[in-house]
Design a protein. Structure first.
Length: 258
């Protein structure tokens, strides 16, 4: 992979929590417009890596570069503004707001009118509200949520809540979307639908997707490349086919007899 093809470079990154080394000298290059999987047994350091990419944790050592610019040490909102969005292991929607209202919250960064404009309903206020309305409606069409527009997020089926969460993240126009276990708790049918949905997102947007998941059907179906972590270290990297037959990966998942 040439440097120009790399959108995110994780370079010798380490994260320690007291005596625990959660991520141990990990280097991964993520190609532009790829779907890249991060897998590994429980506690392997996957979410910690996401937390460092998004600025929730600072790195203990090493660097992370987004389009060639160092981002570790930046605040979460600065990283989000640069174009890295994420979803979390536990769905984080506003359950009492409707689908439409949840999406509107993601358009706030485009709203610049103040209290005065809002009170007097100035043209600036109306134009910005109309634009946010259009953006949200288009997104609902794109991701198949229009029929749920007025439903409260908390009442939606699980798979639809995930879809809404991803749609809301997409409204920030990210270059990179990080999905942390989006298929958690899904049955086979739901995870197949999610796989197709993620593939469509990549097809319809100029975007790179990095996904953590324990559902191997999803990972093997959608990823171009997979990085495998084990006890905080990078164990293997390759295409789904290569990873499936990698003996070290199989042993890490199944364990080896002493
Ligand atoms: N804030 C923290 N303080 C202390 N230890 C932490 C913290 N966050 C993570 N860890 C530890 O770091 C290690 C890696 O955790 P992490 O959550 O990144 O693993 P994971 O691969 O995402 O696991 P899972 O698949 O179960 O979500 C674990 O031993 C975990 O207990």
């Amino acid at each position: 992979m040439s440097e120009q093809d790399v959108v995110l470079k994780i370079d010798h990154v380490v994260k320690r929590f007291g005596g625990i080394t959660a991520v141990n000298d990990v280097s991964i290059r993520i190609a532009k417009q790829s779907i890249h999987g991060i897998i590994g047994p429980n506690g392997a350091g996957k979410t910690t890596l996401f937390n460092m990419i998004t600025g929730i944790y600072n790195t203990t050592a090493g660097s992370i570069f987004f389009n060639g610019k160092k981002i570790n040490g930046k605040q979460t909102h600065e990283i989000a503004e640069l174009g890295i969005a994420r979803t979390f292991q536990n769905i984080r929607l506003f359950n009492d707001l409707t689908v439409y209202q949840n999406l509107l919250t993601a358009c706030q960064k485009n709203i610049t009118y103040g209290l005065f404009d809002g009170f007097l309903r100035t043209s600036k206020c109306k134009t910005q509200e109309m634009s946010a309305d259009k953006i949200c409606k288009n997104m609902m069409i794109e991701v198949g949520l229009s029929e749920y527009k007025e439903q409260k997020a908390g009442n939606l089926p699980y798979g639809t809540q995930r879809r809404l969460e991803i749609a809301r993240a997409l409204l920030t126009n990210p270059s990179i979307l990080l999905l942390d276990e989006p298929a958690a708790g899904m049955n086979e049918d739901e995870s197949l639908q999610l796989s197709n949905f993620i593939k469509e997102i990549r097809l319809n947007n100029d975007i790179t997707i990095i996904i953590i998941d324990h559902h191997m059907d999803v990972i093997m179906n959608i990823c171009d490349l997979i990085s495998v972590l084990n006890f905080g270290s990078l164990l293997a990297e390759g295409t789904p086919k290569e990873i499936q037959k990698n003996q070290r990966v199989i042993e890490a998942y199944l364990g080896v007899d002493e």
